[in-house]
Unconditional design. Structure first.
Length: 359
């Protein structure tokens, strides 16, 4: 086991890959084939990179890895300078690999109880400056002319759904105009294994038009196959292009984060958690994004300039007028003051002269 978590360059990983034994290469290729069922090539490249790093750090053949090896690896990873969301990704892929490789994974690795993912996201992409503002959302919807793309965007934002949940939404799970123009979307999240219902209002009019012209079961079918859900790549491209139309660089999951931030800051955390389908209370995480509490505190303390009362204003005005009169007297007698000071008199002499001059 290595002593620290290394930094890997691309060529270093390629070299490590070549150095794998034939049997380990076979294991890796079979695992990637398994992952390819749901993952695109870019994700597969990430998975391969992480598994190779894991093998290099534990310094053991894949089939010889023990619970102690996993624990030591996690200790190195948790103590590294990797960002929290990066650590989460590494842990998730390593857990998936070990769970796939070892049929006795539950007993062998004690149900992966040591693999704890901490709630985090990429703060470079998701922060107070990148979350969408209401006026930006309105501008995107107004500018987009295509009904399907417009409906997808506003529904994704208003529902706060994970992009995959909306892409796979079927009409039988949609209850249009359920109550006062509000529509219900019934969702089963494979990520949490729980069902939930979300509500949309602004999106209802667009969804009704899509329903009237529906082709197949999916609310948002694939462009080239009405019997398949909208492709992830298509969804990403749509949102990216709609953002670029008003000068923004956005991605589908940003709409969910924007909605979550709004709900957690305006509703009881338990309600927001249930609406978003979160497995745990995310209020602290989303509160961390906002600097509103800092601004409010500064307005109440540092920038707390209170308007004076009418009585105080009147008193200040009297004092100002008095000071103006004294300044005017000094200005008129300034030549006399200069002559007196030129003679280098004592303090007593100056006071006597000024008294006679009523200064």
């Amino acid at each position: 086991m290595k002593k620290t978590y290394p930094r890997y360059g691309r060529f270093a990983l390629e070299k490590l890959h070549r150095e794998l034994s034939s049997s380990e290469n076979t294991i890796l290729e079979e695992f990637l084939s398994y992952c390819a069922i749901t993952a695109a090539q870019r994700k597969l490249d990430d998975i391969q990179r992480i598994v190779i790093q894991f093998r290099d750090i534990v310094e053991k053949d894949f089939d010889k890895i023990t619970l102690q090896d996993l624990r030591q690896f996690l200790a190195l990873l948790n103590g590294s300078d990797r960002k929290e969301y990066t650590k989460n990704g590494i842990k998730a892929h390593v857990r998936r690999f070990l769970k796939w490789r070892f049929k006795d994974w539950s007993e062998r690795f004690e149900e992966f109880s040591d693999v704890r993912l901490r709630e985090a996201f990429n703060e470079e992409k998701i922060n107070e400056g990148t979350l969408l503002k209401p006026e930006q959302i309105e501008s995107i919807v107004k500018k987009e002319k295509n009904l399907v793309r417009k409906a997808f965007f506003i529904t994704l934002y208003e529902s706060g759904l994970r992009p995959i949940e909306l892409r796979k939404l079927t009409w039988k799970s949609v209850h249009l105009d359920a109550d006062g123009g509000i529509s219900e979307l019934h969702i089963f999240a494979t990520k949490t294994g729980k069902a939930r219902t979300v509500f949309v209002k602004e999106a209802t009019a667009y969804l009704k038009r899509l329903f009237e012209n529906r082709e197949g079961n999916f609310a948002f079918p694939a462009v080239d196959d009405k019997n398949s859900p909208l492709a992830k790549s298509t969804c990403t491209r749509w949102v990216k292009e709609m953002g670029e139309a008003i000068g923004l660089n956005i991605f589908p999951y940003l709409l969910r984060h924007t909605r979550a931030h709004e709900l957690y800051s305006q509703m009881p955390s338990k309600i927001a958690q249930k609406f978003m389908g979160h497995g745990s209370d995310m209020s602290e995480l989303y509160a961390h994004i906002s600097s509103k509490d800092i601004k409010d505190s500064m307005l109440k303390t540092i920038y707390n300039f209170q308007e004076p009362s009418q009585e105080k204003k009147h008193q200040l005005e009297i004092e100002i007028e008095k000071l103006r009169g004294e300044i005017d007297v000094i200005r008129r007698n300034f030549p006399l003051i200069v002559r007196i000071l030129a003679q280098k008199p004592s303090v007593e002499q100056v006071e006597a002269v000024l008294k006679r001059a009523h200064l």
